[in-house]
Design a protein around this ligand. Structure first.
Ligand code: FAD
Length: 466
């Protein structure tokens, strides 16, 4: 048993709330400071439902604190992508093998569930309306402002975790230290959330068990189902240009544009103009930094050290995986040298955080553009066949990221490798039947030999090997 520490977590978002449970489980006393009011008592985001895709890495971390089953009850499985073309025609593409799905969960609901689970624990205390203003890393002191009373307080925990998201104040303090690497890069796209309400009988107006995509070349809309029968749609759209947020100035521009490019969605969106002109445009940023810790006293986690764009649906999953990996490392930790522990953790996670950041940007192109291409869909079918025939030598990249616990960096590298083989295979393919052509089979046999490495991982799915 390690020595009990007084730990402060900045941020009671998804990662901070889950982290509190894991740290308390290890015997520590945890105080969680959150800038916003208690979300369980107030309506944030104007009462809009905002959802997220939860996949295997996230589930594994929820399982670790015994909340998996409760979340599953309110999670909607999405078995694949449903593509909507400009005439309203539909094409379905499964995400993985039979039984493999990603799950739509309410962001607020999941966050509240984590808080409800942690709050009765006498070693966990939430402090709402407490905004971290400044951090003195040398003394491990945090200056907090009570956003209701304006009172200022300074705390000095033994250990400080920065789970305060992409614009982390804890990271801000680290950025002022020597040899701290930092980069942020924005896409020239923003996003806006819109709604497809439930039918009057509470049913879903589109296929419930799918993630809907309206791919339109350089922009797209997606929709994920909510438990109340509605869908939360997200329009990913350029800030500037002929077709952009800037070009839509009034209701007429909006309606003309939507009728032209998303005609099947318009009748399902009675509040389109209201939603569009009242909801904000969100920015899409990738943040990378290193190191993630300072002097064995403070550590960044989740979006605070690796914010990624949302196109792989992995930001929260990656943050949850951080916690899971840290917890595994705590299992063997003697409680003495936190500096070495934090250094080991950041070295282990950083290549994976970088990989998912790059994968997420790459997937934007796939989602908004390639999924509308019949040749790409044929390629996906061929890939499913390869993976079926050689399960220990080929796992599609999307599946590796979403349905395994292989390190993201391994998934990226293996995916690039597979991609080069796929290009060769596709030279021989005009239709799905061509998969059985001798030259295709021979090519696969030759090329897949050196992918034995996958076999090792295939047998070891219970642990993250990095
Ligand atoms: P946050 O969720 O940002 O939480 C940080 C918390 O810290 C907040 O509660 C904030 O109020 C608080 N805070 C901030 N500053 C301070 C301060 N100074 N003092 C005190 N408290 C502070 N991920 C997925 O896995 N699947 C998806 O489908 C998915 N979809 C997404 C869609 C969109 C449009 C976006 C933008 C992101 C999406 N993500 C998704 C990513 C996911 O939202 C983030 O990775 C996740 O929320 C990170 O959790 P976090 O707790 O690290 O940070």
């Amino acid at each position: 048993m390690t020595q009990k520490k007084n730990i402060a977590i900045m941020g009671a978002g998804l990662v901070g709330s889950l982290l509190s449970l894991y740290l308390a489980k290890r015997g520590h006393k945890v105080d969680v400071y959150e800038r916003r009011p208690d979300m369980r008592k107030t309506t944030l985001d104007g009462g809009r439902s905002i959802n997220l895709a939860l996949s295997d890495r996230g589930w594994r971390a929820l399982r670790g604190i015994g909340i998996e089953e409760d979340v599953r009850k309110v999670a909607i499985p999405m078995h694949g992508r449903m593509m909507h073309d400009e005439q309203g025609g539909l094409t379905f593409q499964p995400y993985g093998k039979e039984g493999q799905s990603i799950y739509s969960v309410s962001r607020g609901g999941l966050n509240a569930a984590l808080m409800n689970l942690s709050e009765p624990n006498e070693d966990i205390t939430y402090h709402f309306n407490q905004q971290a203003l400044d951090v003195n890393l040398r003394e491990n002191q945090v200056q907090l402002r009570n956003t209701e009373t304006e009172e200022i307080e300074t705390i000095q925990p033994d250990l400080l975790f920065g789970a305060d998201g992409a614009f982390s104040v804890v990271r801000g303090a680290m950025q002022k230290t020597e040899r701290f690497n930092y980069s942020q890069s924005y896409l020239e796209y923003g996003y806006k959330e819109l709604t497809i309400p439930a039918a009057p009988d509470g049913e879903w107006l589109l296929e419930k068990n799918a993630l809907h995509i309206w791919p339109r070349g350089n922009y797209m809309m997606i929709a994920l189902p909510n438990i109340d029968g509605s869908f939360t749609c997200t329009l990913f759209f350029p800030y500037e240009g002929e077709r952009s947020f800037a070009a839509i100035k009034n209701d007429t521009d909006l309606l003309n544009f939507f009728l032209e490019v998303f005609p099947d969605a318009v009748p399902l969106m009675p509040d389109l103009a209201q939603d569009y002109f009242s909801n904000p445009i969100g920015a899409l940023v990738t943040i990378k930094c290193f190191p993630w810790s300072h002097d064995g006293k403070s550590l960044l986690i989740g979006d605070a050290c690796h914010a990624v764009v949302p196109f792989y649906g992995q930001g929260m999953n990656a943050g949850f995986e951080d916690i899971f990996v840290l917890d595994q490392m705590l299992e063997d930790f003697d409680g003495e040298d936190w500096n070495t522990l934090f250094k080991d953790f950041e070295r282990r996670r950083k290549p994976n955080a970088d990989a998912i950041a790059d994968l997420a940007v790459m997937n934007f192109i796939e989602m908004r553009d390639k999924v509308a291409d019949p040749r790409f869909l044929l390629q996906k079918k061929i890939e499913a066949k390869i993976s079926e025939q050689y399960p220990d030598k080929w796992i599609p990249l999307y599946s590796m990221v979403t349905f395994t616990d292989f390190p993201y960096s391994y998934a990226l590298e293996t995916g690039q490798n597979q991609d080069s083989i796929m290009k060769k295979v596709m030279k021989h393919i005009q239709s799905i039947e061509d998969y059985n052509k001798p030259e295709v089979q021979q090519l696969l046999q030759e090329q897949l030999v050196h992918k034995e490495k996958l076999k090792r991982y295939a047998g070891e799915t219970s642990e993250v090997k990095e």
